[in-house]
Design a protein around this ligand. Sequence first.
Ligand code: GLP
Length: 259
Amino acid sequence: MKVAILPGITEIARVAADRIQSVCASTSYPVLGLATGSSPLPLYDELIARHRAGALSLANARSFNLDEYVGLPADHPERYITFIRQHLTDQVDIPDDQVQGPDGLASDLDAAANAYDAAIEQAGGIDLQILGIGADGHIGFNEPGGSLASRTHVGFLTERTRSDNARFFNGDIEAVPTRCITQGLGTIMEARSLVLIATGASKAAAVHQMVEVGVSALWPASIMQFHNDALVLVDEDAASELVLADYYRELWAREPATD
Ligand code: GLP
């Protein structure tokens, strides 16, 4: 895993956007995995700005969201498919029928989960997966204690995640769904490259566990230690518990252009 400790979210967004831009430049039909949450928003703003400046086209891209709440009505503003349209895909040139997310309203959720993995495979697999991380170490909605090899599946949100996400539901934890449908850790690990964004002190413990401690179901993001092209972009606060911070800084300063 490579770790870049950067001065702030603007720099993080630039580095992540460079990664996406290089995938789009080197692949005729790029397949992007997209995350929701607040962490990737500056990245999406940067992609929109590059698109408006004529520097980036996503017309041939396909995108697959990481996850979705189960049961939120089709017109609910916090559905993740709505979020990604609003914050990115409706503002660039990717056709809407090339934008997908797990179907949290399917009558048969297990079948929808299987169909989602099949759709990713049919698209040729994900070239680059953007990730955020929960304070409990989840990626997508893969909460602690789950299988490290899971495929897209229906899961249950922890109290901690529901309380963290209540801010998007007027602070009302009861309004946050209890179930989700998420790409599994096995699905995420099949992406050809991973770029994870974490900012703020509330993520510091999870970042340390993910990068430097044992691979464990207790900190699901730690599975990324087994990926051979995973880049972790953090600000100083999220990096504050990293034991090898100075070493990561040294490495990143040496060859940032190759990352
Ligand atoms: C949610 C999402 C995750 C996201 C996490 C962190 O639970 N399912 O994909 O990474 O929140 O969100 P934030 O970036 O807002 O801290």
